[in-house]
Design a protein around this ligand. Structure first.
Ligand code: ATP
Ligand code: MG
Length: 507
């Protein structure tokens, strides 16, 4: 085992504790990761010193949470951290057990215990319940060498060798105490398994642990949505996101997280698809080329509106409007899971626009500008990634990536053209100073009309032309102006939608 990966600030923390006759062990995910040869994400230390005592020993330390975990600030040592950060944090937790979780959300109280074995027994999985004791051996030797004792009462090393995720103790009881552990099992599975290994020797969850999850999946409803969200995000961002979501389904946990996805199970599509709606959503997630959370969520949810919009059966079924229905559903789902508003807005936008029509030769530069106006230039790359996920996940490799490459070229080409009010050659101030218009809502309405016209013909985007046109428009009343802007947008939208309609039959 390669213990040289233990960073020296961690060793110093252990030394400081020992100097004062406290115990100190490295424990949890980082020990698991050492045995797996993975770079640990964070380093956790457990001790018999009480939180106040830990705070007193380390001047640069602070309470991390309500459970008495103390964070100690040390010089940066994480290799993958941001270079400009001032410090890294080592988390020190006092040996403890968690008494009953009567509201199934939080332990009623955290009780400190005297021994390491008791602390290890409250941990979730055998591979997360291994502790390392670092001792200095033979101080007379020229170089002080470190000897590491492994404390592994639940045979976590053996389970790591067998690639088995297994609860410490009885799974039903452990899931009854904290239902989030069921999701953690799936998350660890999705993170640890080798995405390219289809053999039985890949990671798996112990059978009784799976069965206990199937039996107690309903308890997840009692867990705070934020905790559920965080584990779900990690599953989605792992190397095996679709296998993770499928395991959520077979353990019945998905029903408690996104039941709308389960509604796509067994829903056949039409002659252009070999997959059911659920299979296709999953396959799109699997093939999503992006590592961004919003894009992965959108890939998973892009066809979430299909079960609701399905009309007809068999080869001729249609799914009109599933993009917009799906966007509303996406918004509701992500709200429910307490995602930040920025994540919700982005994922919803991507689902809403995932059917954008694009055929080389058929689509005008103006319609590409309209698409950019609707979606935002900064979101175009992500929208294309959702489309790539959709296409690769369709099971029918109608590989036409040249279409997307051509669109990329068109986007580049029109990207300097005005697609937002900000990019017009005049602004509200010039309407007031040059035309003497009074401040008010009419200013914005005129700019909207100007933009809709400039999108059709960018050569009009000069100060003189726009001022002359604004002079004419300023004679109109506000309602007429608003209608005008809408008219242009909707008339053109109908053109674009005509293409989309054809896509609905195949997408
Ligand atoms: P990673 O840091 O890679 O996310 P981890 O296993 O370190 O994985 P953390 O959430 O950092 O996960 O938790 C640290 C340790 O605390 C775990 O290894 C485990 O021993 C224990 N633990 C975390 N959550 C629970 C839980 N819900 N029930 C029991 N023990 C838990
Ligand atoms: Mg950790």
């Amino acid at each position: 085992m390669d213990y040289s990966v233990i960073p020296s600030p961690v060793l110093s923390v252990l030394d400081e504790l020992k100097k004062r006759n406290y115990q100190g062990h490295i424990v949890g995910g980082c020990v698991r990761d050492i045995f797996l040869g993975r770079e640990p994400k964070d380093w956790d230390v457990t001790t018999n010193a009480k939180p106040e005592e830990v705070l007193a020993i380390f001047p640069d330390s602070f309470y991390e949470n309500d459970f008495g975990t103390v964070g100690v600030k040390v010089a940066p040592f994480h290799k993958d951290g941001r270079l400009d950060r001032e410090h890294d944090v080592i988390e020190i937790t006092t040996y403890r057990t968690e008494s009953a979780y009567s509201d199934r959300r939080r332990p009623d109280q955290v009780s400190f215990v005297m021994s390491l074995p008791e602390d290890l027994s409250r941990r979730d999985f055998t591979m997360n319940a291994i502790a390392l004791e670092v001792r200095e051996s033979d101080p007379s030797a020229e170089e002080i060498s470190r000897v590491v004792d492994i404390i592994d009462p639940f045979h976590g090393q053996e389970d790591i060798r067998q690639k088995l995720i297994r609860t410490v103790g009885n799974p039903e009881q452990r899931f009854g105490e904290d239902a989030l552990r069921m999701m953690r099992a799936v998350r660890l599975y999705a993170e640890l398994r080798d995405a390219n290994d289809e053999t039985p020797s890949n990671w798996k969850i112990d059978e009784p642990t799976i069965e206990a999850a199937q039996k107690h999946a309903g308890l997840l409803a009692h867990v705070s949505r934020e905790r559920v969200r965080d584990e779900f995000s990690r599953i989605i961002l792992s190397h095996s996101p679709s296998e993770g979501v499928e395991l959520l389904r077979t353990t019945r946990l998905l029903e408690e997280i996104i039941p709308e996805l389960v509604q796509g199970v067994g829903i056949g599509q039409n002659l252009h698809h070999t997959y059911t709606v659920y299979e296709h959503n999953l396959s799109a997630l699997k093939h999503c080329p992006s590592r961004s959370l919003e894009v992965r969520l959108a890939s998973l949810l892009h066809d979430i509106g299909k079960p609701k919009s399905k009309r007809g059966d068999g080869y001729r079924s249609t799914f009109y409007n599933h993009d917009h229905i799906g966007a509303r559903m996406t918004k509701d789902i992500l709200h429910r899971l307490r995602y930040p508003l920025s994540v919700i807005a982005k994922a919803t936008l991507l689902v809403d626009n995932h059917l954008f029509y694009y055929n080389v030769g058929e689509v005008t530069e103006a319609s590409v500008r309209r698409l950019i106006r609707r979606v935002g230039l900064e979101n175009m790359k992500d929208l294309m990634d959702v489309r790539i996920a959709d296409r690769l996940g369709s099971g029918v490799p109608k590989a036409k990536p040249y279409k997307l490459r051509h669109l990329e070229y068109m986007i580049e080409k029109v990207s300097k053209d005005p697609v937002s009010v900000k990019m017009l050659a005049i602004n509200g101030t010039s309407l007031m100073s040059d035309l003497g218009m009074a401040p008010g809502p009419k200013i914005g309405a005129i700019l909207d009309v100007l933009l809709s016209e400039v999108i059709e013909d960018p050569s009009q985007n000069s100060k003189e032309t726009l001022l002359a046109r604004a002079q004419v428009l300023s004679q109109e009343d506000l309602a007429t102006l608003r209608d005008k802007a809408k008219e242009v947008i909707e008339e053109k939208r109908a053109d674009d939608d005509h293409g989309i309609k054809n896509r609905h039959k195949v997408a």
